[in-house]
Design a protein around this ligand. Structure first.
Ligand SMILES: Cc1cc2nc3c(=O)[nH]c(=O)nc-3n(C[C@H](O)[C@H](O)[C@H](O)COP(=O)(O)OP(=O)(O)OC[C@H]3O[C@@H](n4cnc5c(N)ncnc54)[C@H](O)[C@@H]3O)c2cc1C
Length: 450
């Protein structure tokens, strides 16, 4: 009898787990993957993908506004939440089926249901009680949204439920101004809801460049989003006609929906990990080395459950690196430096590299900055401006960070990220001929030091 039933057992069929399973299988490994909810995981089912679809929907509001300036008359434009959600659900179901088909085509066996770690080489399937002996176990269980321990928390929703609301809320209070809270605030506002965003800190989007944080908040407020800083929701009560969110300053707000986006916790509870000897960090994430190996040599972990950078492409690369290293005889390490990232707020943010403050803490820098009205709104007169900022190391002239706020910021930063990752200098940007008329050309014509 062989010592192991499979070469690899992956727990969690999300972004990271699916990539690891597929690549390991293409290297000849016998692979099973367990998924307790829906294959595709957070990103596909209730994260990046459905969110971006809702963001697209919400942006028609200002597209219609701009259109008027270009001579269009748009009469009777109406939005229907039920249609959007049904179409979104159809697309998510299509994607889930595609993920399943890819795994099956690559001879990965999908086990529907929850799986737990029994010991260094054994996984227990909760539904059947069956035990699977695996040479390697990969924990790719992701994370879940946290709700605060306050009275009335059961009346609130997280991003998970926001994708399935029966109707568009007329009034919504969102607590948490990280990227998820900010994105939902903007998309609900774009769809016509009255939005209040509550945040315990003194500015939104902690971790982003200070000027970016300020610029986006001002733009959000100009679009009618009520931002309440330095406060929390202390309690939620049911009242006639909705919910009442009581703030820590004693004020209260009436809404149809109260949503929390205050952070996500790694899915490591009741998984048998600690009993099997797998060390967790202070936040409950699986502690791993650069190769994603845990304290148990046969157990690896990737993606959000390791709480390194909670982004889909990061989970995917970690999964790919794991599979190539362990099964493909071609070791490599997923590098977390200069990962481009975006916030699909309104206006959008695209960022790569260091903020001004982070760069300053490392040495002398030059900062180049521009703020201007995009050409697209000149005819409609819509009030919005684009911010672009480049942080440059004074000695080497290497570009350390680029920060863009404005339409298509995410698309621009993906490409600017290549240059920053390659170690481009300010002169390299300057030597690139501008493509006119575009927004991105401003990145190669930055002359004014801030
Ligand atoms: C609202 C929202 C918006 C986001 N937007 C973006 C974005 O725009 N760009 C971006 O890069 N990232 C975004 N993210 C983050 C991104 O979704 C995650 O970083 C990514 O999904 C992590 O992948 P993962 O494989 O680590 O985990 P997940 O995708 O979460 O997959 C884990 C899977 O494991 C399953 N599971 C858990 N425990 C078990 C168990 N014991 N047995 C079996 N199955 C189990 C879960 O059901 C889940 O399907 C967003 C997240 C959210 C919540």
């Amino acid at each position: 009898m062989p010592e192991f039933d499979v070469d690899l057992f992956v727990i969690g069929g999300g972004s990271g787990g699916v990539r690891a399973a597929r690549i390991a299988a293409t290297h000849g490994a016998k692979v099973q993957v367990a998924e307790e909810y829906r294959v595709g995981g957070t990103c596909v089912i209730r994260g990046c993908v459905p969110k971006k679809l809702l963001v697209y929907a919400s942006r028609y509001a200002h597209e219609f506004e701009d259109a008027k300036g270009f001579g269009w008359t748009i009469e009777g434009a109406k939005f229907d939440w039920a249609t959007l959600i049904a179409n979104k659900d159809r697309e998510i179901a299509r994607l889930e089926a595609a993920y399943r088909a890819t795994l099956t085509r690559n001879k990965v066996e999908i086990v529907d249901g929850r799986a737990l770690v029994e010991d260094a080489h054994t996984v227990r399937l909760l539904k059947s009680g069956a035990k699977v002996r695996a040479k390697y176990i990969l924990v790719a269980t992701g994370g879940h949204p946290v709700l605060p321990e306050i009275p009335g928390r059961e009346l609130a929703i997280s991003s998970n439920e926001a994708f399935h609301l029966a109707e568009l809320p007329r009034r919504i209070v969102i607590q948490g101004a990280g990227y998820i809270g900010v994105e939902f605030a903007c998309l609900f506002a774009g769809l016509g809801a009255k939005v209040t965003l509550v945040h315990r800190g003194d500015e939104i989007l902690r971790g982003f460049d200070e000027e970016v944080r300020h610029h986006v908040r001002v733009e959000m407020e100009a679009r009618g989003i009520h931002v309440v800083l330095n406060h929390n929701i202390a309690a939620i009560e049911k009242i006639s006609g909705g919910l009442c969110a009581r703030f820590t300053d004693g004020n209260s707000h009436t809404a149809d929906i109260v949503m929390f986006a205050i952070g996500r916790r790694p899915n490591t509870a009741n998984m048998g990990l600690e009993a099997a000897g797998v060390a967790l960090d202070k936040k409950g994430a699986v502690a791993v080395d650069d190769n994603s190996r845990s304290s148990v040599p046969s157990i690896y972990a990737i993606g959000d459950v390791t709480d390194r950078l909670q982004l889909t492409p990061v989970a995917i690369r970690e999964g790919h690196a794991f599979a190539d290293t362990v099964f493909g005889n071609s070791p490599w390490i997923s590098n977390h430096a200069n990962v481009p990232t975006a916030v699909f707020s309104e206006p959008e943010i695209g960022v790569v590299g260091l903020t001004e403050d982070e760069a300053k803490a490392r040495g002398a820098i030059d900062v180049y900055k521009t703020m201007f009205r995009p050409m697209k709104v000149t005819l409609s007169g819509r009030a919005t401006s684009i911010l672009m900022k480049m942080v440059v190391d004074q000695k080497t002239q290497k570009v350390l960070g680029i920060h863009i706020v404005g339409e298509n910021a995410a698309e621009m930063i993906q490409l600017a990220g290549v240059a920053v990752k390659m170690g481009a200098t300010k002169a390299d940007f300057d030597n690139t001929v501008a493509l006119h008329p575009t927004t991105a050309e401003e990145l190669v014509t930055l002359r004014t030091k801030a």
